[in-house]
Write a protein that binds this ligand. Structure first.
Ligand SMILES: [Ca+2]
Length: 128
């Protein structure tokens, strides 16, 4: 590659990145920020990724059979928004141990607010 071509390519890459980040920031209508790729899943007690935030490394962790356990009670029956960086669907349930109503989200989906019928009702979740 000649020096000019290399410079052009570098310029193109830089401008593409700029457009991508501008697109991202202009698309953010939410008050909070969905969790970055550091976590596989974040759930929030308020709409628009606000309120208390539970950051999950792996939705398979046995802890999430029931949010009504020590350290997690403040999320039980309070989840209102969800941000997933997980490559698989995740199911949320209104009762512990994957019982009751089921709300299924697809891979990498962001829900700035969950449907009314499951809002403030989630008590367990897992990949499904
Ligand atoms: Ca809530």
């Amino acid at each position: 590659m000649s020096r000019t071509v290399r410079r052009l390519v570098r310029l193109l890459v830089a401008s593409t990145a700029l457009v991508a980040s501008a697109g991202l920031s202009s698309g953010t209508a939410y008050a909070g920020t969905p969790c970055g790729s550091t976590y596989t899943l974040c759930v929030y007690t308020d709409n628009y990724y606000e309120g208390s935030q539970l950051q999950v490394w792996s939705p398979q962790a046995p802890n999430y059979k029931t949010l009504d356990t020590i350290g997690l009670q403040k999320y039980n029956d309070r989840i209102s928004s969800i941000s997933s960086n997980y490559g698989q669907a995740i199911c949320f349930y209104s009762d512990p141990h994957y019982n009751g109503l089921q709300f299924r989200i697809g891979p990498w989906e962001k829900w700035s607010y969950v449907p009314d019928w499951i809002n403030d009702k989630i008590s367990s979740f897992r990949p499904c």
